[in-house]
Design a protein around this ligand. Structure first.
Ligand SMILES: *Cc1c(COP(=O)(O)O)cnc(C)c1O
Length: 250
């Protein structure tokens, strides 16, 4: 580890954040387990992914020491900066991805969760094939059809799954979404349940290169609801690591 990371570790603020993380991690694991059981599943059927954007490496590493197995970064540059200093764990990509940055992710992450266009899928396929590897991806769905969000519109999903399934060097492992901000839990459940329906429907078709086993939905504010509606993976940032401090050096 670099000196910077070691120095950070000694500050009172860091020690406080670390203590909070320990408590948060225990509570979140318990709540995930309870929500799994409420939805008729086993706790181990739900994967917790730590969303680590802006989180300093020593804090990420402490989470890994506590037992966190999967992390997801949002920005390619931040992932690259932190990569070598993060303890061994499963690393994924969950952010908006430009085609010219795909090259940095091949063989660096186990899963790209945020495939939001056929063009992006084709570039992942092209570079994976060049490197003789297969990249696992999730297709991001813009379930609320929001202008501000990326992802496939629900009505485009079926034809795009079919087109992407044809591409070599790429395997579709499921779906990911960030639902609209909802005023009530009824609307939120509608979005999550619709995602679950697409997940099941696509899975039933059993095409080659499509292996629907991950439904990634639910964040700090709504992960329990997401699990109740069928999520197999929740991506939790601020509730686990504390509020994001903008403009800080990670
Ligand atoms: C930041 C982020 C999360 C986690 O958000 P929190 O509300 O802090 O839990 C999950 N998924 C994606 C794609 C994110 O960018």
């Amino acid at each position: 580890m670099t000196e910077k990371f070691c120095n950070d570790q000694l500050t009172d603020a860091f020690i406080e954040r670390r203590a909070a993380l320990e408590e948060n991690y225990a509570v979140i694991c318990e709540r995930i387990a309870a929500a799994a059981i409420r939805s008729g599943r086993k706790p181990e059927e739900i994967t917790l992914l730590g969303a680590t954007k802006t989180v300093p490496v020593p804090l990420i590493n402490h989470a890994i020491e506590l037992g966190l197995e999967h992390i997801g970064e949002n920005r390619v540059q931040e992932l690259m900066d932190k990569y070598d200093a993060i303890l061994p764990c499963d690393k994924q990509f969950i952010g908006v991805l430009q085609t010219n940055k795909v090259k940095y992710l091949i063989e660096r992450v186990s899963l790209i969760q945020s495939v939001s266009s056929l063009r992006l899928a084709k570039e992942i396929s092209r570079l994976s094939t060049l490197q003789n590897t297969t990249t696992s991806v999730l297709l991001e769905v813009n379930i609320g059809k929001e202008e501000s969000k990326s992802g496939f519109l629900p009505e485009e999903l079926e034809e795009n799954v079919a087109a992407i399934a044809e591409l070599p060097g790429l395997q579709v492992n499921g779906l990911m979404t960030i639902p609209p901000i909802c005023e009530n839990s009824y609307d939120l459940r509608q979005y999550f349940s619709l995602m679950h329906k697409y997940f099941i429907d696509i899975g039933r078709k059993k095409s080659d290169n499509v292996n629907m086993n991950i439904l990634s939905m639910g964040m700090s504010a709504d992960y329990e609801t997401a699990i109740e509606c069928g999520a197999t993976m929740v991506r939790i940032g601020s509730l686990l690591f504390g509020p994001r401090i903008l403009h800080q050096n990670y």
